[in-house]
Design a binder for this molecule. Structure first.
Ligand code: ADP
Ligand code: MG
Length: 225
């Protein structure tokens, strides 16, 4: 499903060059649950953003589901993401002006789905994430754990084959963190491929496999199950 070869990312500002990724080769098969680990600044988010088609690599190859997506234009990356990739962030990234229902509906609007089908899908996913009673509330009216459940609802409402999560429990207490990890595990058991960035050994224990990065390079891969 995901295959990268010698993936490199250089951020250039006027006088500084930062090599965030220095030749990353990773391979994730359909149905896997993989954790990416490593110290702050080692390139985890940069890698996840490229895999999630939010950014392009500077050099190297990224193949997604058999297609070379290394050099897509922004418009084509957006098109490719729709319905294929769901993204969950540490800081939830919900839209404050939209209520829970409308936040979760967004990916379906982008897919131009019919109103009745949209309503059915949003109700289903909110029910499943145990947040249906909050559909009319706005993000600021929810706890962190509830906001992350809304964010996960939005990431999965279009049934993407790939779920990417960047430190999804980073802003949650232990109880909510474990709930989120249980939800990701369930989604994986139902067939979604999951690639998650985490600092936490507890969270990594939910994955099948860990990939450790250091200074933009893979230094260790190991199976956890
Ligand atoms: P991690 O998620 O592992 O903490 P990041 O992938 O966010 O690390 O960052 C890797 C390196 O790239 C860091 O040195 C960071 O400062 C740098 N970096 C990330 N994004 C940018 C950017 N947009 N512009 C310049 N440097 C960046
Ligand atoms: Mg990061």
């Amino acid at each position: 499903m995901i295959k990268t070869e010698k993936l490199t990312k250089v951020f250039r500002t006027e006088d500084i060059e930062t090599f965030a990724l220095n030749g990353v080769d990773i391979h994730v098969k359909k149905g896997e649950f993989v954790a990416i680990m490593g110290p702050s600044g080692c390139g985890k988010s940069t890698l996840l953003n490229i895999i999630g088609l939010l950014d392009n690599p500077s050099e190297g190859i990224y193949n997604f589901n058999g297609t070379d997506v290394s050099n897509l234009k922004e418009k084509d990356r957006t098109q490719f993401r729709k319905g294929n990739i769901g993204f969950v962030f540490q800081s939830f990234n919900l839209i404050d002006e939209l209520n829970v229902h409308d936040n979760v509906e967004l990916p379906l609007l982008y897919l131009k789905m019919k109103t009745s089908e949209r309503k059915k899908r949003v109700d289903e996913v909110l029910g499943r994430m145990k947040i249906g009673h909050r559909a009319k509330h706005f993000p600021q009216q929810l706890s962190g754990g509830q906001q992350q459940r809304v964010a996960i609802s939005r990431a999965v409402v279009a049934n993407p084959g790939l779920i990417l999560a960047d430190e999804p429990t980073g802003n949650l207490d232990t109880k909510n963190g474990i709930e989120v990890m249980n939800l990701l595990t369930e989604l994986n058991q139902e067939g979604a491929t999951i690639l998650m960035v985490t600092h936490s050994d507890r969270d990594a224990g939910f994955a099948h496999r860990t990939i450790n990065l250091l200074d933009g390079q893979v230094i260790l891969e190991k199976s956890t199950s």
